[in-house]
Ligand binder design. Structure first.
Ligand code: HEC
Length: 134
């Protein structure tokens, strides 16, 4: 009995670690889903081959925009790499960018980059997923 009681905290600690790992994996899966199926970040941020297909091993490494507006308007012709987060963002600044569309200096990005309004929870899931990419 004494042994069982002494080991109980270790068991609890192991369960907590397993739960934390599970939550982290769930967060990454949600971030991947939001990036690939909802935000469609790869449509602009992943380069394409000669046939117009996204190049799988260059997922989100930055790409030229393959279309132009019909009328003159502010427009960015290149989407930067998102792998591991762009260098001028802390994770918290990146989450704010996804919640508000505002960069760390308060400016907005040019079209066609959408000014997203992710919830805080979803923004952090995207941050964690992008940070996990090499
Ligand atoms: C329709 C095309 C398009 C889609 C979809 C898109 N982006 Fe972009 N993104 C751009 C372009 C173009 C720029 C460059 C904008 C500029 O220079 O002002 C950009 C810029 C950025 C930047 C750089 C901001 C900065 O400070 O310079 C980040 C970060 C970013 N996108 C994240 C994302 C994420 C995350 C997603 C998906 C949730 C996404 N983008 C989806 C086109 C796109």
């Amino acid at each position: 009995m004494r042994h069982r009681l002494a080991l109980a905290p270790i068991g609890v600690a192991m369960l907590m670690t397993a739960a934390a790992d599970g939550a982290a994996a769930q967060g990454l899966a949600r971030g991947k889903y939001l990036v690939e199926q909802v935000g469609m970040c790869g449509d602009c941020h992943t380069p394409r081959d000669a046939k117009g297909q996204p190049i799988a091993d260059r997922h989100l490494t930055g790409a030229p925009i393959g279309f132009r507006p019909l009328h003159p308007m502010p427009f960015a012709e290149h989407a930067p790499s998102l792998v591991g987060l762009p260098a001028h963002y802390t994770p918290a600044q990146f989450a704010t960018f996804l919640e508000t569309g505002k960069r760390p200096d308060g400016s907005m990005t040019l079209p066609p980059m959408p000014p997203y309004r992710f919830s805080k929870e979803d923004a952090w899931a995207v941050v964690d997923y992008l940070r996990s990419l090499k």
